[in-house]
Structures are given as structure tokens and as C-alpha cells.
Design a protein around this ligand. Structure first.
Ligand SMILES: Nc1ncnc2c1ncn2[C@@H]1O[C@H](COP(=O)(O)OP(=O)(O)OP(=O)(O)O)[C@@H](O)[C@H]1O
Ligand SMILES: [Mg+2]
Length: 262
């Protein structure tokens, strides 16, 4: 449980997908509460339901049983005033420039052209994209594209930011830098971030808490509090010890997901 007021409550959520080969239970009685301003990371084997859980928080995936509350209200569908999502694949519109991509959410909200241009232009500085306003996605590097996707989510200025493996496609060095950059944004905007990653290091460097999920059907296996100040050093004794603990929990579940064999 967290000290700050809870902004997200996931209560006993179960989810089955109907597939051609029968029902697949993706999540089984998952419960998790997230406090306002937290950076909470979900980590667990492939297929354990992390994206499904984010989809539920974003109102894109219906649940079978249980409840998902955002700001005390049950989620009934997408609510771009409260929740923004960054998907693993940047999902930029190739025919739109950087600025136009960042403006997209505001356009959907009916924000007048001049205002949205102002908001998007202002964001380009912290996004590190000031010289790239007029470029198209094909002219940007992978890291830049991810930053445009994050900019699109930041532009609509929600209290909650869902991020599904946002740096998964990037090389390690770019990823580390993007993590530092994201921490800076998070600390300045005080948003609540729910982040999904497969990287132990990324989880440990960024999160206030890490929720480890079991192999499918996903449950919350354990929640690690990471109390250290930022910026963190992976080499610090505390993080090295936490990493060992985290890995032993995840390793067990990843092995189970692979049927107990390597
Ligand atoms: N639309 C769908 N229809 C049927 N099955 C689905 C659907 N979406 C997800 N699943 C199944 O539900 C389970 C959880 O999927 P999900 O994408 O949430 O996992 P994940 O933890 O995000 O995995 P990864 O780490 O690989 O992204 C998987 O077994 C997946 O095959
Ligand atoms: Mg996923």
C-alpha cells in the first residue's frame, strides 16, 4: 500500500480472451493500488498480461470480473482527459510532421489550432526535438520517434501516463538516456506513471515501486518498494541487492512460462 492518495485501484480483476482454440485466461484476480505521483512498473514474463492490464486502465480492454478505478471512478472506456498511453510501437502518423504528431491528441479534444500549436511547440524543447518540428517520422531516429510518441501523450496533459515498453525497440545506450530524460519529465510534471518493461535495470533505475507478475494467468506475485533517491546508480550496493531479489522472482516465473525448461 502507498502513502500518497491512490489514483488507481485494480481490484480482483480477471480477464479471459476467447480464441479459436478456447478461452485463454490472461489475468487472474489481480489487485494493485497505485498512489498519486508514483512511478509504478509492471514486469513479468511475456504473455503474463501486462499489456492487457494497461489496456484496461486505458479503457481499451473490457474486464470479465473485478473493478478498475481511476480517480475513484470505474473505467468504462477511453478517457483522454485522465489517461494517456504510449504504446510499444511509436505508432506515429507517417504523413504528419513531428509537430503535427504531437498535436494529434489535442486535435481530438477539439483544442483550437493556435493553442495546440503553442502547446506542442513548447513541448519540443524538453523532448529534445526543437530542430525537428517539420520533419516526418521517416526522417527521425528510433529514439526521436519514441520521444514524439511520448510528446503526443504529454501534450494532452493527463494525470496518468501509461507506457507499454516505450523503449523496448531502442539500443541500450539510447534507452539509458531516454530513461534519464523520462525521469526528468516525470519529476517535473508529477504525473502518475504506469510503466511496462522487460529490463530489470530500467525498472530499478526508474520506479518507485515494481510489481512482479506471475506467468500466465497473470497475478501480482510481489511488489518491491524502491526507496532510493534519483538519479540512481546501478552499481550502488542497494540496487545490486534489489536486482538480485528481482531477478530471482522473475526468473522463476519466466521458467514457468517456458514450461520449466530452458
Ligand atoms: N486480443 C486477444 N485475443 C486473444 N488472446 C489475447 C489477446 N490479447 C492478448 N491475448 C493473450 O493474453 C495473454 C496476455 O497477453 P498480453 O499481451 O497482455 O501479455 P504481455 O504481458 O503484455 O506480453 P509481452 O511481454 O509479450 O508484451 C497472452 O497469452 C496473449 O496471447
Ligand atoms: Mg505486452
Amino acid at each position: 500500500m502507498t502513502a500518497s492518495p491512490r489514483i488507481i485501484a485494480i481490484e480482483n480483476v480477471t480477464k479471459r480472451y476467447l480464441t479459436s482454440s478456447g478461452p485463454v485466461e490472461a489475468l487472474h484476480e489481480v489487485s494493485l493500488a497505485v498512489g498519486e505521483g508514483e512511478f509504478c512498473t509492471l514486469i513479468g514474463p511475456s504473455g503474463c498480461g501486462k499489456s492487457t492490464l494497461l489496456g484496461m486502465l486505458g479503457g481499451l480492454v473490457p474486464l470479465d470480473s473485478g473493478r478498475v478505478l481511476v480517480d475513484g471512478q470505474p473505467v468504462t472506456g477511453p478517457d483522454p482527459r485522465r489517461v494517456a498511453t504510449v504504446f510499444q510501437d511509436a505508432g506515429l502518423f507517417p504523413w504528419r510532421t513531428t509537430l503535427e504528431n504531437v498535436e494529434f491528441g489535442l486535435e481530438l479534444q477539439g483544442v483550437p489550432a493556435e493553442r495546440r500549436r503553442g502547446v506542442a511547440t513548447e513541448l519540443l524543447g524538453p523532448l529534445g526535438l526543437r530542430g525537428f518540428a517539420g520533419k516526418y517520422p521517416r526522417e527521425l531516429s528510433g529514439g526521436m520517434k519514441q520521444r514524439v510518441a511520448i510528446g503526443r501523450a504529454l501534450a494532452i496533459d493527463t494525470k496518468i501516463l501509461l507506457m507499454d515498453e516505450p523503449f523496448g525497440a531502442l539500443d541500450e545506450q539510447t534507452r539509458l538516456l531516454m530513461g534519464e530524460w523520462l525521469l526528468d519529465i516525470w519529476r517535473r510534471t508529477k504525473k502518475t506513471v504506469i510503466f511496462v518493461t522487460h529490463s530489470l535495470q530500467e525498472a530499478l533505475l526508474l520506479s518507485t515501486r515494481i510489481a512482479v507478475m506471475t506467468a500466465r494467468p497473470g497475478r501480482i506475485k510481489s511488489v518491491l518498494e524502491v526507496g532510493m533517491d534519483y538519479p540512481r546508480l546501478m552499481e550502488s550496493g542497494e540496487l545490486v541487492a534489489l536486482r538480485a531479489k528481482l531477478w530471482s522472482e522473475i526468473r522463476e516465473e519466466s521458467l514457468r512460462a517456458m514450461g520449466g525448461r530452458l
